[in-house]
Design a protein around this ligand. Structure first.
Ligand code: 0L1
Ligand code: MG
Length: 260
């Protein structure tokens, strides 16, 4: 017996987050942790956040681009939960005092106009459920030392979720070609990376369909009004005190964060 279960794993990951203390991968102590159990840890963790007053506002996909998969050494996309406590109003500094070792990555964000339930969701049917598309920046903050993890580890850790900012410009999905939508990632005014929406599973709507179909395997669905972060388009960059990170998108506009 390893002494580990879903409840202990959720408790330890939440403690690491609250105490700003990174730790080794859970699979080093609990090698039997499989993917299905890791999603149960993730659900338990968010259940505890909801019990403490947070509200689920959407879902994120992680590791949907090759850039992210290569960097993290994990080659399968995943889903995780977003709560209202993670949403940072535009212009507000990122509270570095509440985070361990934050990194920032640019994302294409959907707001759903309709409920989207798998199985069988296609990119086209997914896009039909979208009310608006936005530029976004996700601030990730793995609870694991050096962002070193296996797929079950990162799933259990709610995919390193920490904060997010959604750009103010809202376009209807028909107003732009999301595969061609480009983003320049800047740190303190210097371009450090770039990608188009095609980096995300070939098309961000494919990522949205993947989220709906994966949730369906657990009897869950995406709800109307929810945010969906489709996954980092480029590798993430570290966010230090005073560092300004911006994503400049062709049609979706710009969104910036500053370490505070
Ligand atoms: O959008 C993403 O690909 C985030 C993945 C979360 C895992 C990580 O990079 O820490
Ligand atoms: Mg992300």
């Amino acid at each position: 017996m390893s002494g580990w279960d879903v409840y202990r794993a959720a408790e330890e990951l939440l403690a690491a987050e609250r105490q700003r203390r990174d730790r080794g991968p859970i699979t080093e102590q609990w090698p039997e942790l499989d993917l299905a159990t890791a999603y149960r840890v993730q659900d338990e963790l968010v259940h505890r956040k909801v019990a403490a007053g947070e509200r689920i506002v959407g879902v994120k996909l992680g590791l949907t681009s090759r850039a992210k998969q290569r960097r993290m050494g994990v080659h399968s996309p995943l889903t995780a939960w977003l709560t209202d406590a993670m949403v940072l109003p535009a212009g507000e500094p990122v509270p570095l005092g509440e985070l361990i070792h934050p990194r920032v990555e640019p994302e294409i964000v959907f707001v759903l106009g309709e409920r989207l339930a798998g199985p069988g969701v296609t990119a086209a049917s997914a896009l039909a459920a979208v009310r608006s598309v936005h530029a976004g920046l996700e601030i990730i903050d793995s609870r694991y030392t050096d962002f070193r993890f296996t797929l079950p580890d990162v799933v259990a850790d709610n995919a390193s979720s920490a904060r997010l900012v959604v750009g103010g410009r809202a376009l209807a999905p028909g107003e732009l070609d999301l595969a061609l939508e480009a983003c320049l990632l800047e740190v303190d005014g210097q371009v450090v990376d770039s990608a188009t929406g095609a980096a995300v599973q070939g098309h961000p709507a494919e990522a949205l369909a993947l989220a709906a179909n994966s949730l369906a395997e657990r009897g869950l669905a995406l709800e109307a009004g929810w945010l969906v972060l489709t996954g980092g388009m480029t590798d993430a960059v570290p966010l230090g005190p005073g560092t300004c990170v911006s994503g400049h998108f062709t049609h979706l506009g710009s969104v910036s964060v500053q370490g505070g």
